[in-house]
Design a protein around this ligand. Structure first.
Ligand code: AMP
Ligand code: MN
Ligand code: MN
Ligand code: MN
Length: 297
């Protein structure tokens, strides 16, 4: 396995299972040498992750994954190379986290109504380090025997129309991008293939994203199929956006993909890490390891 880059991963500061240090060690073991920690709406894992990447001779890309509402849909915007101390970003994320608490109360009330009591306290038991998310509710519901696994619990309890779903307004696309870009970072649309937008809305989203300062889209991610790598590489090219790749690792059993398994970006992509000093040492090994066969598979 060649050394590689992973620009999307979660620790237990959000809904991952590993602490930030353990996540960095896991990435190292999977031959990742440039890692972005991108917890949902929270940057408090970055300081410890940096200590650990320095210790192991890795490069940390400071990241975050911001929850956004766009046309009544929830989208995720990843920020890479952010400055977590930039005040508008810090304040924006703090407001989103406060909203998460209110939403969790609403979710628990919905679950109470169908006779599932104690889910607020139960979910918070798993969310000691940072944000509260649906994943923490999922863990509570699985561990109390309400549902058999993570997949089933989302489908039956935590998505629109189900008892534990609570409609919530996240940040605007424009605000999220401006916090990221204002802090010196690059804004990336996370896993665009998961939003089920249709071509017209995807074009509208990409147009608007670029207009407000967005820089890249995730092309190769744990939640895209090989056909979607090709599809989103074309969108990136069409809009002059750069391309990112990341596993979206959350931990054993709840991830879309293990780290270190992603194929290279399609050759028509401009990598979002082009020109980054942190990733310079990977460039040569990348051009060598970009055979077509990774896309045929
Ligand atoms: P939240 O931001 O609180 O709405 O939680 C969203 C998180 O839940 C995502 O980042 C995923 O980690 C997880 N998630 C969302 N949908 C599913 C699903 N269908 N199955 C498993 N995990 C999911
Ligand atoms: Mn998540
Ligand atoms: Mn996401
Ligand atoms: Mn993610």
């Amino acid at each position: 396995m060649s050394l590689s880059i992973d620009l999307h991963a979660h620790s237990n500061i959000s809904d991952g299972l590993l602490t930030p240090s353990a996540l960095v060690e896991h990435a190292f073991d999977r031959n990742i040498r440039v890692l972005a920690l991108t917890d949902h709406d929270d940057t408090s894992g970055l300081a410890i992750a940096e200590v650990e990447t320095n210790r192991l001779g890795m490069q940390l890309i400071k990241g975050v994954e911001i929850s956004v509402t766009w046309k009544k849909r929830t989208l995720h915007i990843v920020g890479l190379k952010i400055d977590p101390e930039y005040a508008p970003l810090k304040e924006g994320l703090a407001a989103i986290r406060a909203g998460r608490h209110i939403r969790a109360i609403g979710m628990a009330a919905g679950l109470d109504k169908v006779g599932i009591m104690g889910s607020l306290e139960g979910a918070y038991e798993y969310a000691q380090e940072g944000i509260i998310s649906r994943t923490h509710f999922a863990r509570f519901l699985v561990n109390t025997g309400v549902a058999k696994d993570n997949k089933a619990v989302f489908k039956n309890y935590l998505v629109k129309g189900k008892p534990g779903f609570f409609e919530h307004q996240w940040a605007s696309l424009e605000d999220a991008v401006s916090w990221i870009v204002g802090s010196g970072g690059v804004a990336v649309i996370a896993h665009p293939g998961r939003y089920d937008l249709g071509r017209t809305n995807m074009l509208l989203l990409l147009e608007e994203f670029r207009a407000v300062g967005g820089g890249a889209i995730e092309v190769v991610t744990g939640s895209h199929t090989p056909d979607q790598y090709v599809e989103f590489a074309k969108y990136a090219q069409l809009f002059g956006l750069k391309s990112s790749q990341g596993s979206d690792y959350h931990g054993k059993g709840i991830s879309f993909m293990e780290m270190g398994r992603l194929p290279a970006l399609p050759s028509n992509c401009v990598p979002v890490w082009q020109g980054w000093s942190e990733a310079e040492f990977l460039q040569s090994s990348f051009s060598e390891t970009q055979p077509q066969e990774t896309f045929a598979s």
